[in-house]
Design a protein around this ligand. Sequence first.
Ligand code: DAH
Length: 343
Amino acid sequence: MQEIFDKANTILKQIEAEQPADAAGLEQFRIKYIGTKGIIKDLFGAMGQVPNERKKEYGQLMNVLKQTAETKFDNLKDSFGDSKAKSSESADLTAPGFTTDFGGRHPISIVKNKMIEIFSRLGFVVAEGPEIEDDWHNFTALGTPKDHPARDMQDTFYISEDKNTLLRTHTSSVQIRMMESQKPPLRILMPGRVYRNETISARAHCTFHQLEGLYIDEGVSFADLKQTMFYFVREMFGQNTEIRFRPSFFPFTEPSAEVDVSCFICNSKGCPVCKYSGWVEIGGCGMVDPVVLENCKLDPKKYSGYAFGMGIERSTMLKFQINDLRLFFENDVRFLKQFKNAK
Ligand code: DAH
């Protein structure tokens, strides 16, 4: 029985003699003496073998042992400053937490999603087509045969010698795929990346995004197109936005128009964004040319429809007042971070 007291006293001397040299040593010390499987716990457990008349004395010895070990640990802990050594402390549940930094959407995606959301309220559904296209879908079926002057409007990246395979220059190619594969009524939105062989500058890039729309049914008129565009720009740019159709030419629509919106940055008073005209262009549109319907084996006497195409970069620049297109493609987090909470 005396052995139990002797053992405890030996341990006490040992604890006093211990000199942990660093945080790792201190952790060893903690595990050896204070830890849940440590020596002190064992010694406490031996209490049962101590006769009743000496239990008090043993208990006091145990407390001295425990306190000596803990004080030594606490004193050294601060000087070593190791988080591992500190882990024996209970956590401060009132301390503010660490927040996880989520990524945000790219500004192009934000605007694209908003555009899709607005048109989907009118019943448009999203469809996609390939970025590597053939001549038929990108040009010929859209009323632009090989020698047609309108092909000069777009400098194309051809990826086959015979010039039959290319990177699509516009999302209008997807219109053809949709009309070939589905029966009217069609109400389709086609967002996507397009490619043009252009010199990269603040206003032009060799790759950008378009949103194409197509509506084919019986008895569709230009008035439907106009109202759709009107609804879209007001939802997109604000309820006071005005709209203007300028006569234009596209090989796949007749009549064709370019759509301008009143400059919501300066309220049409004139600013660098609208080049002091009060209007900014957002895209092209028109009534689908009967030849295009025929190319897709749809009867132009039965069906008519409208189509539109807009650059997504353009609307994004207007909406967020960004003056250099190249920023969209550089993936600079300092730029992208600014859109984290944008809608
Ligand atoms: N594809 C044309 C372009 O890239 C834009 C366009 C104009 C699309 C008129 C259309 C449209 O659907 O009807 O410049």
